[in-house]
Write a protein that binds this ligand. Structure first.
Ligand code: ATP
Ligand code: MG
Length: 176
């Protein structure tokens, strides 16, 4: 993706600027998911999101947040067979929001797990492996860590993968 490449050069030249604001997580997830509704339906993949009834505000750069989610949803769709589903959700966890993107796709082999966030790393499962640059997860992790969050995943070959990431909550959230 073009934005991953320009982010990479900004990250490496330490010129990545963040425009941190209050971001409504429900709205952000909803609008990012709608960007993928065509791609998902073309592959017969069900994209689901059950909006959380409470308003959760995070401290983040909205366009970077969109990029992060888009990279994870793109992967979830790309590395899943047709007829499966991709689910996005979030919970509050202490002073952070924890977002998850879950698929029932090919999964990540044990030997690949330690390398997944490396720059240009890709898994070669077969000749029909979808194309990519191997930059998506490297850039995604940088963007999350620069905003005070963390990213990790759980995966089993043949069962699927769930990516989790956190971002700090805004002080303006109601205390519930
Ligand atoms: P790019 O995102 O730059 O177009 P890419 O998708 O190959 O290319 P990454 O997003 O960094 O690069 O992912 C690295 C590798 O991790 C991928 O090649 C893929 O094999 C594996 N991977 C990433 N997400 C998933 C997932 N949800 N399920 C299975 N494998 C995944
Ligand atoms: Mg990718």
């Amino acid at each position: 993706m073009v934005s991953d490449l320009s982010d990479l050069s900004r990250i490496e030249s330490q010129k990545l600027r963040l425009d941190v604001k209050e971001v409504n997580l429900n709205q952000l997830i909803g609008s990012t998911l709608s960007d993928f509704s065509m791609t998902a339906s073309e592959k017969n993949i069900t994209l689901t999101y059950e909006p959380n009834p409470e308003t959760v505000l995070i401290k983040a750069d909205p366009s970077r947040m969109h990029e992060i989610l888009a990279n994870l949803i793109d992967n979830a769709i790309k590395y899943s067979p047709s007829g499966t589903s991709v689910t996005v959700g979030f919970v509050r966890s202490g002073d952070a929001a924890q977002i998850e993107v879950k698929d029932s796709g090919y999964g990540i082999p044990e030997e690949a797990k330690p390398h997944l966030f490396e720059k240009f790393y890709r898994i070669n499962r077969s000749a029909s492996e979808p194309k990519g640059t191997g930059l998506g997860l490297f850039v995604t992790r940088e963007l999350i860590e620069r905003q005070g969050g963390k990213i990790w995943f759980e995966s089993q070959v043949g069962k699927g993968t769930t990516f989790y990431f956190t971002l700090p909550l805004s002080q303006k959230n109601g205390n519930k």
